[in-house]
Ligand binder design. Sequence first.
Ligand SMILES: [Zn+2]
Ligand SMILES: [Zn+2]
Ligand SMILES: [Zn+2]
Length: 497
Amino acid sequence: MMQALPEDARQAQQLLQPLSSDLAASYFHEVVGNLGETVEVRLASLEKGRGVFATKDFAEEDLIFKEPPLVGAQHTSNRANALVCSHCFSFIGSIGIQIAHRLLSRRDAEPVDVNPDYLRSLWSGVAELPYSNRFPLRTLVTCLGGCTDSIYCSEECAAANWAAHHQLLCCGRRAQPSSVMPPAETEQQQRRSSFEAFRESRERLQTQGLHSLTPPIRREPPNFDKADAIRLFREHADETNDAFHIAAQVVAGTLLRADELLINNSTPGSTGSSRERSWAALQHAWRPYAAAWKAPWWECVAIPEDVTDAHAFRSDLRELASDSLELLKAFLYDERFPGLFHLDVYGSIVGMFELNNLDLFVASPVEDYFELCHGEDSSLSAEEQHLTQLTTRPLLDALGKAYDAACEGSAFYALQSCCNHSCAPSAYAFKRAHIDTDGSAVVLAKRSIACGEEVCLSYIDEDAPFHERRAALADYGFVCACEKCAAEAAAPGKAAA
Ligand SMILES: [Zn+2]
Ligand SMILES: [Zn+2]
Ligand SMILES: [Zn+2]
């Protein structure tokens, strides 16, 4: 007789199945509805599964759709390079704050030929760079819960991030102990104190370097509370894999949506016992991720060339994910949704970020600023440039070659992740200068696309030779049958050239 699976394993197995056609239809209807209905999501073919199709004609270079990420995070190593909104990923503060942030948080601390007091006054806004008001950025808004790891461009982003997942992941004083919105009457006062805390932590960063913000992992501290548990989780993710931060957002966001469905009793078609209702709510809340890649991280990750024992390598990764999940469960576990906390589900979320072409990229406005002050095509006169450079030249020299460092990270996009691959794609993801200044995915037409045609992206370098493309796509788990591959497979001599 077959042994019945424990409930968490049984739920996990079902969460990792492809989305039922009903749930998929309702979900993608919502997604494209929010994005202007320029496309629809439907079955492309049995082999390819779902795809994105144009519902109107597009000319070359037309915007097909633009969508904000569902979850996302800046790479840990990128945080010192770019100060961005934790929700929409636009650059914040001012050009002066961005430059001061970079120079003050540098750890390679070669002596910089810029007075640190001047950098601090730029950081605090006391000093302003000439002409920097031509590149206005939104002011810093601190986290509602009072933590210092999240910072926003606006009250809207702070509130949206809090509602989406941060209320369960915030280690700020005001987020504890119960994860509810902070009391309104003292909000102003507490917001001020949280801004002070942010300032202080930044000042510590300025005097001691970024390293001081990430203390080593402590083992089983006394009076283990929720904020400590969250910090332990974050430190582990910082030290091992950035994707754990985003995986936590996925789990927290799913939990919050499921919880809301239960509170409002609004899961479609849900009746029965409270266990059955919880399970229906979880399935509904999980819809955005059920459509994505479904292999655990430790199975789908490419083995680095210097690794000789692939089996041991994969089991180490599994162990690492298991450690991360245990740290997450310490503050997030909810017994109503056991499947959400199963290692296979967690591993699949992390795996999704290994392969799904989920780069987050936002160009730096600092680049445009230096272009104005030092570039040949500047709108400033030669004399204005000369005067300005007395201030900006030392900063540019101190920043060095990477003066224009962008915001880089990973994110998950509901619609973009449904676009199938083609080596002769009809569309491409591209950020238009000065228009797309946040973390949204932007998909443009690479050629004219007729209504009803599929919107395909290339996951790889589509100009690479046939065999290289085939090998690169093997990592994604499929053999490409696009028209270019079909033609080159039929004429192998030509393809090898
Ligand atoms: Zn924002
Ligand atoms: Zn927070
Ligand atoms: Zn192809």
